[in-house]
Design a protein around this ligand. Structure first.
Ligand code: BT5
Length: 252
């Protein structure tokens, strides 16, 4: 008999003014019994975290949240990062003009016209995933100046449109999309996520450089596999699946 499909979750918002890191708060609350569906939201962070030892600049005007979510039985919580990318891309699509390119970037950034507007930090806590999402909404160009020289320079909705956006409306739309896709994932598995993520990826068929522990790989991006690994076709024509790393550049 098939195991029962877990029930779809409804987001329960837990709001804070300033936090060190919403991911750290989520971990603390989960240890005290907070259940999946909880979403920790902060107006700003003083110690926002990126991947590895990197940090996430988190002034007021951005969205900083961590959602406690489960993976589908038998799957890994790393699946959840792809939910975040899709939800951010969908949210941005609804507010930006159609001419703007919105793309997910493996493993879990979201770009507008090749500039980084959002980052995701997925962590695991036993069976549960802590899905941290940072999205630059009304963050000013001045605030993002330290990241202007990055290979994928930082941007915000404010920088891209010149107007201030309704933070609450953007948050509501992001959470609706995130939880809708989570329900689809619980019901149908990773395949719909894989397909939708690839639809939001502007790098397919393009020559890219991917940084891995074993060095940089120059290859053509083909998509992601059933576990979320990046699928590449190397310059020697070999197919390669990269499980850990980062797409660091798009080559001309
Ligand atoms: C990420 O790391 O992109 C993951 C960021 C996750 C942030 C969220 S906010 C809510 C939750 N709570 C947390 O504590 N974290 C999560 P990574 O791929 O390592 O990128 C980090 C790099 O992006 C930094 O080294 C900077 O170069 C750049 N950066 C920092 N702040 C930025 C910002 N606000 N916008 C764009 N780029 C930024």
């Amino acid at each position: 008999m098939k195991p029962p499909v877990p029930e779809a979750l409804v987001p329960r918002l837990l709001r804070f003014d300033t936090l060190g890191s919403t991911n750290a708060k989520a971990r603390e609350l989960a240890a005290r019994g907070e259940a999946p569906g909880a979403v920790i939201v902060a107006a700003s962070q003083t110690g926002g975290r990126g991947r590895g030892d990197r940090s996430w600049h988190s002034p007021e005007g951005g969205i900083y949240l961590s959602a406690l979510l489960g993976a589908r039985p038998g799957r890994r919580v790393t699946d959840l990062s792809f939910l975040a990318g899709i939800a951010v891309a969908e949210t941005l699509r609804a507010v930006l003009p159609a001419a703007r390119e919105i793309s997910v970037k493996w493993p879990n950034d979201c770009l507008v016209d090749r500039k980084k507007i959002s980052g995701v930090l997925g962590e695991s806590l036993g069976e549960m995933g802590i899905l941290g999402i940072g999205l630059n909404v009304n963050v000013t160009a001045e605030d993002l100046a330290p990241f202007r020289a990055n290979p994928f320079p930082a941007t915000s909705l404010l920088c891209e449109t010149g107007t201030v956006h309704d933070l609450e409306a953007v948050l509501a739309s992001l959470l609706a999309s995130l939880f809708r896709w989570h329900a689809t994932y619980l019901r149908e598995g990773f395949l719909p996520l894989q397909q939708r993520w690839e639809r939001h990826c502007a790098f397919l068929g393009k020559p890219v450089t991917v940084r891995t522990d074993e060095g940089d790989v120059r290859a053509t991006c083909l998509g992601i596999d059933e576990n979320g690994a990046l699928v590449l076709s190397t310059e020697r024509g070999e197919r390669r699946h990269v499980h850990a790393g980062e797409l660091v550049s798009l080559r001309p």
